[in-house]
Design a protein. Sequence first.
Length: 197
Amino acid sequence: MKPLFLVLSAPSGGGKTTLCDLLLQHYPEFCYSVSCTTREPRIDEEDGVDYYFLPMETFKRMIAEDRFLEYATVHDHYYGTLKEPVYDTLREGQCMLLDIDVEGAHQIRTHVAGLPADNPLRQGYVDLFINPPSLEVLTERLQGRATDRQEVIEKRIRNAQAEIARANEYMYQVTNDDLKTTFRRICDIINVRAGFI
């Protein structure tokens, strides 16, 4: 399998976490990129598994040291992807899966465009945006989580509108109207890009 760096984006509640879990189960060649963040962990989240939860001071020092492939502020918190694990994974012949917001994807896309043609990150880069069927469905999903206050949900919906407006920046778009169908569509893209088809 050609080593891929697959970047998935979707609005909050768009289903990307579930789809990432399915992809990791289906493709043993994929490793999941654990991002860093300055936000507090949710009840079911584990440090080093879901995110690396860092103090603000530590995150800012790592920015100054140019250790991030990308970083962004989302919902008033920093998020970032460390360079070293991504490059190490691709050099070892494995694939890397990254779940990220649209601004982070933009930064990575810009970084990749400036790399030499023989760079493993540039050779394996693929990005994909997962659209919700509608904003109404997205609102129902977020309310169904019962993890956020109403004002937080409203903010996430406003952010979702802005993210969906940038979906055309991605190589591929898939609408998550049915989980199994969406998963098969993503697998088809991976198989083509990895040389299986």
